[in-house]
Design a protein around this ligand. Structure first.
Ligand code: ZN
Length: 130
């Protein structure tokens, strides 16, 4: 079974906690795993803490690594080389176990969408694997 969640990002660089949206889909699911993935090349998915300061740190530190105004060959055709490189490093998916109808995460773990080239409408796929 596979579902899709639409997320409208509002900033160029942004971290969005999508854990509750994913868990809503998994109510009643038996144990197994959920693959959380995006078919985009300028955003990413991580599992980590959604503390307010960290939510800014994730995208700020990636933009220090890959500055928005850096020199990228890709910017000759599309002005978002930083976003592709950030996405390539972070990855486009995470596989997470399911227990009792929800993601089996640690106390502080959340599923977070990282936007590197917003604002855009993002589609997050949730594939149930049982
Ligand atoms: Zn591009």
């Amino acid at each position: 079974m596979r579902w899709e969640i639409q997320i409208d990002t509002t900033e160029r660089l942004q971290a969005i906690d999508i854990t509750d949206r994913v868990n809503e889909l998994l109510k009643g699911a038996r144990s197994g795993a959920a693959l959380i993935s995006v078919k985009h090349t300028t955003c990413g998915i991580i599992v980590n803490e959604a503390e307010e300061g960290l939510m800014e740190d994730y995208v700020k530190w990636l933009s220090n690594l890959f500055p928005i105004n850096g020199k990228y060959r890709h910017n000759q055709i599309d002005n978002n080389g930083h976003a592709h490189l950030s996405s390539a490093v972070v990855g486009n998916s995470r596989l997470i176990p399911i227990s009792e109808g929800k993601l089996d995460l640690g106390t502080w773990q959340r599923v977070i969408l990282l936007e590197f080239d917003g604002p855009r409408r993002r589609t997050v796929g949730v594939t149930l694997m049982q």
